[in-house]
Ligand binder design. Structure first.
Ligand SMILES: [Zn+2]
Length: 377
C-alpha cells in the first residue's frame, strides 16, 4: 500500500482551515442550539467531501447526534467522534483559535474537534484513491459525550455490534502520541448517613453522630483501593452537620471508583454497596454504580494496535501504546465485545484546561497514517 503522505501535504492547508472553522463553532454540551449548529457543520462536510449518507438522531435535551455512512463494502468499520466540548459559549474570546509556533490553540481543538476532522479528511483521501472498496465506514458524531453519553450510548452500542472493529478518534497520550489500549471503568456513588441529633454539651450521650460514622466510612471506602489491580476509590466530596455544638444528624459523601477490569468492577461495586455500620444507631444508604464499564485490552485490540504500529513505522514515526483512567465512548464499544482502539486523534495536551492545544508537526504524518490504517484494516 503506497503512502498517502504526498496528498496529505498537498491538502494540509485546507485541513487546517477547516479545523479552525470548526473550532470556531463553539459547542458546549448543555447548549443544544450550539451543538446542533456544530453537528450540521460537520455533517455537511461529510456529505460534501465523501458523499456520505447522513442519518440524524434528533434529541430533545442534548444536541442531535448523526451517523455518516460511507461506502458500500461488506466489512463495516465504526469511527467514533464527538463534537460537544466542555467550553461555554464565549470562551473563544479569551482562548482564541490561533496557530502560533508549534501549536494550534482553541476550545475543543484537542478534545476532540481535530479527531473529527482527521476522520473526515482520511475518508476523503481514501475515497479519492479508490482504496478500501470492500469496506463500509460509519462515522458517528456524538453530541453528549462530555456528560457521559446518556442518549448516545445505546446508539453507539448498536453501531458497534454491527461493526468489525471500532476506532475512537479521542486525543492520544503524551507528546509521542500514544494510542489507548485500555481505559478504566468509572463508578459514581452517593453516600447518605442518618444519625441522631442532640445537644453536644447537655445530652451528648443521646446523639448518634453521622459525621463520626462518615469518618469511618471514608477510611473503609478508601480501603477498597487496590493499586496492583489498578482499582482506586476517591471520596471527593463530604458534607455534614449543622453547628459545632450539635451532634450531626446527617452527613453525605460523593465517591469516584476506577477499575481496569470488569471483575474488579464487580468486586469493588459490591464492597461499596454493602456498607457496614460502625457507629451504633446510625444508618447508611448508597446510590449509584458503574457508569462506564472498563475498556479492557484484548487479543483482538492488540492485533489492531500491531497493525497501526507497523503502518506508523512505515510512515516514519513510533506509535507507543498506553492507557488512561479517564473514560470515553470506547468503554461502551469494548464492553459489548467489539475490538476497540482509542486515542487515534490529536497529539497535544490540556484537554478540559486553559492550555488546551494540539501540536502541528504530527498532523501530516498522523493523517497519512490514519488514512492508510483505514485502507489496510
Ligand atoms: Zn473527548
Amino acid at each position: 500500500m503506497p503512502s498517502f503522505r504526498a496528498s496529505v501535504d498537498r491538502h494540509l492547508e485546507g485541513f487546517l482551515t477547516d479545523l479552525r472553522a470548526f473550532v470556531e463553532v463553539e459547542s458546549p454540551t448543555a447548549d443544544k442550539a450550539a451543538c446542533d449548529r456544530a453537528g450540521r457543520h460537520l455533517a455537511a462536510w461529510f456529505r460534501e467531501y465523501v458523499g456520505a449518507e447522513i442519518v440524524q438522531h434528533p434529541q430533545e435535551r442534548w444536541g442531535d447526534h448523526f451517523e455518516a455512512r460511507i461506502g458500500g463494502g461488506r466489512r463495516r468499520i465504526l469511527l467514533l467522534g464527538h463534537f460537544d466540548t466542555v467550553w461555554a459559549i464565549g470562551t473563544l474570546g479569551r482562548m482564541p483559535c490561533r496557530i502560533a509556533g508549534d501549536r494550534m490553540t482553541g476550545p475543543g481543538c484537542f478534545d476532540m474537534k481535530y479527531g473529527d476532522l482527521q476522520a473526515l479528511w482520511a475518508l476523503r483521501l481514501l475515497g479519492e484513491s479508490g482504496a478500501a472498496r470492500d469496506k463500509a465506514f460509519v462515522f458517528f458524531g456524538n453530541s453528549d459525550e462530555e456528560v457521559g453519553s446518556p442518549t448516545s450510548r445505546p446508539i453507539i452500542e448498536r453501531l458497534a455490534r454491527e461493526s468489525e472493529c471500532v476506532l475512537v478518534l479521542e486525543p492520544s497520550v503524551g507528546v509521542e502520541g500514544a494510542v489507548k489500549l485500555w481505559r478504566k471503568g468509572v463508578g459514581i456513588y452517593h453516600l447518605d448517613i442518618d444519625g441522631v441529633a442532640s445537644h453536644a454539651g447537655a445530652d451528648p450521650e443521646k446523639g448518634r453522630s453521622a459525621i463520626l460514622e462518615l469518618a469511618h466510612q471514608v477510611v473503609d471506602l478508601h480501603g477498597v483501593t487496590d493499586p496492583e489491580q489498578g482499582t482506586t476509590v476517591n471520596v471527593g466530596i463530604v458534607r455534614g452537620g449543622t453547628r459545632q455544638n450539635v451532634v450531626a444528624a446527617h452527613a453525605e459523601a460523593e465517591i469516584d471508583l476506577r477499575v481496569r477490569t470488569a471483575a474488579e468492577g464487580r468486586r469493588a461495586d459490591e464492597r461499596i454497596r454493602n456498607r457496614p455500620t460502625f457507629v451504633r444507631g446510625t444508618s447508611v444508604r448508597v446510590r449509584g454504580g458503574l457508569n462506564r464499564p472498563p475498556m479492557e485490552e484484548t487479543e483482538a485490540s492488540r492485533r489492531l494496535y500491531t497493525l497501526a504500529k507497523r503502518i506508523a513505522a512505515e510512515e516514519g514515526f513510533d506509535l507507543p501504546a498506553s492507557g488512561t483512567g479517564g473514560g470515553s465512548d470506547g468503554n461502551f464499544t469494548a464492553a459489548v465485545g467489539v475490538p476497540t482502539l482509542d486515542g487515534l486523534g490529536a497529539v497535544g495536551n490540556g484537554g478540559h484546561a486553559d492550555h488546551e492545544h494540539i501540536l502541528l508537526a504530527p498532523i501530516a504524518p498522523r493523517l497519512a497514517w490514519f488514512t492508510r490504517l483505514l485502507a489496510e484494516l
